[in-house]
Design a protein. Structure first.
Lengths: 513, 513
């Protein structure tokens, strides 16, 4: 019967009041409705104080814009694109994403200056339409199996390629391929192969990953051709820019690119292409802030191979001290090696190279996979990719808060790769409730026909954040993406100023609607 | 760069060591692999210390039984009945539940003395087979619509019933109905109507609830006939007993039962039937511990109606001071009134009547529905029904721990009623990780053709608890169900002793396999 005292003491601690009420034995129910109302209000205030609702007040203009946004948010919640069965056989996810594009809320969010994408992969950025465009380039060959039905690989070459694909297949020129199967059919077929839809066909996370990886493999030969690599990256920046993104930290496996004669280039050339295209893009888009590269090779390797990674990364750092943001290991965590296998080599990484580890991209609990979260934190990671399993590790979550590590949340990716089949149960809601710093990102938007970042903001805002969350949440997500970036403090300051100008302009536009 | 110090300080606090390491500025990465290994081990130990892994060691016999159980757990995890798509169109949930019945793990869990069911509803306990049996009782009539296709209601009566069902329909005797449609067809049809499968047909939580409620309505006239009510309850206890359940706290709306001549009985008679059948059952099943009733009328009422509830409940308490466990309000939270609307009358409930509120049975966040959790706690609830949304309310969750309130987790119910479409994302994993007390329950097993409790234990053990959780978890769940029951301390002691005898016998059986 000391409930009453327990609650009051707890609440005064949470509110960081020094005063400790006298310990008394009293039931919570021994209360007037008025006193009850006061306790209730206090508890809800304490609850909300750790979440984004504690952000500074909005300006008058922002309040006006907020009204427009909240009105549209309600419209969308009514539509219910967040129901668990969106993405089922009846209403494939690709169709839902397309319908969402037509909504007023999406259009508002698309124009909103969202800051940076801090979690995205090198060859999964551009729209499928652009990939189709690339297949019309000169000297492109395609390799097929199953009596010419199934495309396995691409390759640019003057003569018929002699390079071997992942499996036995027959090379023919794209012209022949198009003639044989009909141009319209080819476009239709490739559009299907370039994305993972319909999602409903996956029986499990593993099945989804298998299809997911097959797209990476298929498009490798198309994108690793040096001139295309350059164009693809530049085009990706253009698509990001059009989607209201001002900054990028791109995870790249840093492949060796190839030339028309089959010669392979050194990985330093790959980096140099990124750098020069970034500069070229910034020159012609003064409102764009910057881009950086996280060197992120595959985790399905022997721990010894990691030593080679470290050498390469150190070389990148030497030549590109600020353009290289840091290091990560990529690939399906549940199949690859856990981080703890790589601890010894990773501890040898020079301290000025930051880690941005993928960790806990799983819905498992109590395995070496979700325990990657422990290693990511103990290895001093600056951010965590996905961190989906963090809610099952409250101590690590507490540490993450104390160390101010941000979690890169990718809502649509987690849905498509079958970690969770609806947004209302996404663990990021619990992260928000606990005041864990998060950023919203898109992972591989190309492969699920999503906008570079807007769909992820849409789902985070409607399906993950509290229903009552508003413009303050959106603003926090945008500013977090700069705050938790790899930029220097000085560059961050400049970035914020650049972003603020665009934000103010956007607020004006929305408020006047 | 004071990361190292932050982590060490945090860990020593968690371990409740008084010693505070000297504050030093040092990167986590400035570490030898050996020192890293020690920190890692310590952190994982701290993590696991709050969960069920901190339970006392197992006896030698229990360790032997544990080996058998863990071997079967691995077999089941391989089978993957926990995949998000189990329960999809290809493999309907009812089929999955049936397949699980055939596994060795299920059979082990079924015989395991699981303690009590603390969350179940009055007319949703018995198997469909038993409901079919009841439809062969004398003087039963059925009311149909849609040209005699759709059954709407049942009624026992000598003459054709004159009572009105929920909608316009035609009464005919069960004999006529069976003759008209063919006996086999009728059985097949009714089996389908008595359960919610196939689950895949629901588009949303709301659609699932609609079908769910329609079963309650359909079977009302069949079960509210006083002699059937008595038999149904007694048979439910038999089914529970056969499923390894020793105790029950049943939530009942306490309907007025009817007699063959249409006369209605007072609700005190309903309670008296429960009491006398419980005593009769205990007399013939000495290993059964006890059963109690939670008076749980509907929440879709005006707050004023709650005053009537309190009067009725007070009368129950007076006549059945220990058989009445307490009070709750039931029905779909998302459509019914929030608890806060009832605060004024509820604060008038006599203090010796305990609350066992449903709260947070939703995957929404930041609404008056998930905030029911705040009110349940502030109203001094002894347990919380479902509490699904608690992981989005960390402060309330902390309070729940401090007040030692247990959450009644019903895995299969949450799945079928579409709160979450896979077990790996069930919020109870986060409750376990945070050391929140939980009990496993089954809600309405009749409506999804599940065993009274074993399926829920199966899913909690395989899909929700950590992969490495073992017999200690199962033992904790069983003992929790007695510890958090409404029994007096003295009765709990006796209950534990009775349970322990059965537990030891079961351990012997398993260890000898």
């Amino acid at each position: 019967m000391r409930q009453w005292w327990t609650v009051v003491r707890y609440m005064s601690r949470c509110a960081q009041k020094k005063y400790e009420p006298v310990s008394i034995s009293r039931s919570l129910r021994d209360n007037t409705p008025e006193a009850y109302g006061i306790m209730r209000e206090a508890l809800i205030k304490i609850e909300r104080s750790t979440t984004v609702d504690s952000m500074p007040m909005l300006t008058e203009k922002e309040l006006a814009a907020n009204e427009v946004i909240m009105r549209e948010k309600e419209v969308e919640l009514e539509h219910g694109y967040l129901e668990p069965t969106s993405g089922s056989a009846d209403q494939p996810m690709s169709k839902v994403l397309n319908t969402i594009r037509g909504t007023l809320l999406f259009q508002l969010l698309q124009k909103m200056p969202k800051g940076g994408i801090l979690h995205a992969h090198d060859t999964a950025l551009c729209s499928s339409a652009y990939l189709i465009e690339l297949t019309y380039r000169e000297n492109l060959w395609i390799c097929t199996t199953d009596e010419g039905c199934k495309a396995i690989a691409f390759r640019f070459s003057i003569e018929k390629p002699t390079v071997k694909a992942m499996e036995e297949c027959n090379w023919e020129s794209m012209e022949e391929f198009r003639e044989r199967r009909g141009e319209k059919n080819v476009v239709k077929y490739l559009l299907r192969r370039f994305s993972m839809f319909p999602v409903s066909s996956y029986e499990s996370n593993n099945a989804a990953w298998k299809d997911f990886m097959s797209i990476f493999i298929l498009i490798d030969g198309l994108l690793l051709y040096a001139p295309v690599w350059r164009d693809y990256y530049y085009h990706a920046l253009e698509e990001l820019h059009a989607d209201g993104v001002q900054y990028l930290e791109l995870r790249s496996v840093m492949p060796n690119l190839y030339c028309i004669d089959g010669e392979q280039l050194d990985v330093m050339e790959t980096m140099e292409i990124y750098r020069s295209e970034t500069e070229r893009f910034k020159a012609s888009h003064p409102d764009f802030i910057d881009a950086k590269i996280i060197y992120a090779p595959l985790r399905i390797v022997e721990p010894k191979a990691c030593e080679e990674y470290i050498k390469t990364c150190t070389a990148f750092k030497k030549k590109y001290p600020t353009f290289l943001a840091g290091f990560d290991l990529v690939g399906q965590e549940e199949l690859g090696r856990p981080l703890k296998d790589f601890v010894e080599p990773l501890l040898k990484m020079p301290l000025d190279i930051n880690f941005f580890f993928h960790a806990g991209e799983t819905n498992w609990y109590g395995t070496s996979i979700d325990e990657n979260l422990v290693d990511a934190v103990l290895l001093g990671t600056k951010r965590i990719g996905h961190g989906y399993a963090i809610v099952k590790h409250p101590f690590v979550m507490d540490l993450i808060k104390q160390l101010d590590i941000a979690i890169e949340v990718c809502p649509v990716s987690n849905f498509v790769l079958q970690l969770g089949l609806d947004y209302f149960n996404h663990p990021a809601a619990t992260m928000i409730a606990n005041g864990v710093p998060i950023v919203i990102s898109s992972d591989d938007p190309s492969f699920w026909l999503a906008a570079p970042l807007t769909h992820d903001f849409y789902y985070a805002f409607l399906g993950i954040a509290p229903f009552h969350s508003d413009l303050r949440f959106l603003k926090q997500m945008a500013t977090n993406s700069l705050r938790y970036s790899a930029m220097s403090d000085e560059d961050k300051q400049k970035a914020f100023e650049k972003w603020q100008g665009q934000w103010d302009k956007w607020i004006d536009d929305v408020a006047n609607k």
